[in-house]
Write a new protein. Structure first.
Length: 479
């Protein structure tokens, strides 16, 4: 958690000159309350500012975000604001204090990214922040860090480290129950065990008796594993109780009854263990902290009273909770308020599809395309829906429209080429291949122009340096 705010704030500094694209828009007045968290309001102005910051951050690393992804990003923004409100509320309830010295230290760390105080002030102004506002942000961030540290404080013992280091190498014979007859499976496992105890080879009996087809031909060898392996806990517990060469009693798991033989053990001792202890301890602390925080926060969320007023965001919340009929109602309300928004219809179409109502789903998709006719991705989505319904002529038309709307999107044209291939439309495949080649040629030309520009700049700088050197030499030779 330490320094998270500094990293994020400085990262946003690089996006100040970024124009942003067309996916930032305000769906309400700045004083509109988007949601309430235990009675504390999240206003539209706060929400939209955080949303724009999130868009800038994502587009800095992933390129332009398509309009079809706006709702997901807005919902993510809401969840982040809810999380922040809850954490700050809990920090205040815990009466966590942040000192001026701690805040000053964080400010100093941010200023290290700038050569002069003037640059820092210019950056701060560009971020739309005052010094007081930045100090408030830092204070809140430090309070949350301290809260997190207090919640996730764990003690890792020497015994914990030893158990995490230890491994066994084991083989097994699996006896599956036939027709759910578990008693018969257990009795068969007992018979096989008795044969092993009388001297028969465990490995050979695994080849002839085990139901585990992945390991039977290797004598039942499952390799090395630790106590945290993704295996049945009963299997792991039984294996770690065995000495090398010992055969277990039949062990029941969800797969059947196992006979387990440990062939090697790695004990927590020696130089290698001593060298690994600190690393293991750090891993255990991180894992335990994550588990403890997750459990704590799940309870915080369960106890919280969260009211989402924006119908589109409320609909997306219902989708996340798999409350699909309620999501339909909220999307319909959102459409009544924003009838020209194609992406609300797209979201509603998705919900209808999950509710196994294909006719309504298709109608909403077609309405989304009608309203957002210039969005190539909407045509692509509708075309794929037509294709799934074997309406191939309509699918091809939507794909052609999508292709013409976004001529320089290489990934789109590659996808369309594959879809036209599936529709057995070679002429359209050729068109997409030509457009892909045009994009590559344009990119290469752009690269060459950039390289030429760089070369010209380097030559100019070299000429300037030579001229300056010549002037210096001339002045030095004068009496």
């Amino acid at each position: 958690m330490k320094g998270v705010l500094i990293v994020v704030v400085v990262a946003f500094a690089g996006t100040l000159l970024y124009a942003g694209g067309n996916i930032f828009y305000n769906r309400g007045a700045t004083n509109t309350v988007i949601a309430k968290v235990n009675g504390q309001a999240i206003k539209a102005q706060e929400f939209e500012k955080r949303y724009l910051d999130t868009v800038r951050y994502y587009e800095q690393y992933q390129g332009t975000i398509p309009n079809t992804a706006v709702e997901e990003l807005r919902y993510y923004t809401l969840q982040q604001l809810i999380n922040n409100k809850l954490m700050l509320q809990k920090a205040r309830q815990a009466k966590i204090k942040v000192t001026k010295d701690e805040i000053n230290a964080e400010i100093a760390a941010i200023k290290e990214n700038f050569v002069t105080d003037e640059e820092y002030e210019y950056w701060l102004s560009g971020m739309g922040l005052t010094d007081a506002e930045l100090r408030t942000m830092i204070s809140e961030n430090l309070a949350v860090e301290k809260l997190y540290d207090s919640i996730t404080k764990v003690e890792i013992t020497e015994e914990d480290i030893k158990k995490a280091y230890e491994q066994v190498k084991a083989s097994h014979i699996l006896i599956e129950p036939v027709s759910d007859n578990w008693e018969a499976a257990r009795m068969q496992a007992e018979r096989v065990r008795n044969e092993i105890l009388k001297g028969k080879s465990f490995e050979e009996l695994a080849k002839t008796n085990s139901a585990d087809f992945q390991t039977k031909d290797m004598g039942g060898n499952v390799g090395y594993f630790g106590r945290d392996a993704q295996m049945d806990p009963n299997f792991i517990e039984a294996a770690f109780k065995l000495k090398v060469g010992e055969i277990s009693e039949p062990v029941r798991t969800s797969y059947g009854y196992h006979l387990i033989k440990v062939t090697e053990r790695i004990e927590a001792e020696g130089e290698e263990f001593e060298n690994a202890k600190e690393s293991i301890k750090a891993q255990l602390e991180a894992r335990a902290a994550e588990t403890r925080f997750t459990e704590w926060y799940q309870q915080v969320m369960a106890d919280a009273k969260i009211v989402v007023n924006d119908p589109a965001l409320r609909a997306r919340q219902f989708v996340a909770n798999n409350q699909l009929p309620q999501a339909v109602s909220q999307y319909q309300e959102a459409i009544e308020k924003n009838p020209s928004d194609p992406y609300l219809h797209l979201s509603l179409a998705s919900v209808y599809k999950q509710l196994d109502d294909p006719d309504r789903s298709l109608r909403e998709l077609e309405e989304a395309v009608r309203l957002g006719y210039t969005d190539a991705e909407l045509h692509l989505i509708l075309g794929m829906e037509y294709m799934d319904r074997k309406m191939n002529d309509k699918a091809a038309q939507e794909f052609r429209t999508a292709s013409g709307l976004d001529l320089y999107n290489y990934s789109l044209h590659y996808q369309l080429k594959e879809l036209f291939n599936q529709l057995d439309l070679p002429d359209d495949v050729k068109v997409e291949e030509e457009r892909m080649q045009e994009i590559i040629a344009a990119y290469e030309a752009q690269q060459k122009a950039y390289e030429a520009q760089q070369k010209a700049y380097e030559e100019q700088m070299k000429a300037l340096e030579e001229a300056q050197k010549s002037q210096t030499d001339d002045s030095g030779s004068q009496p």
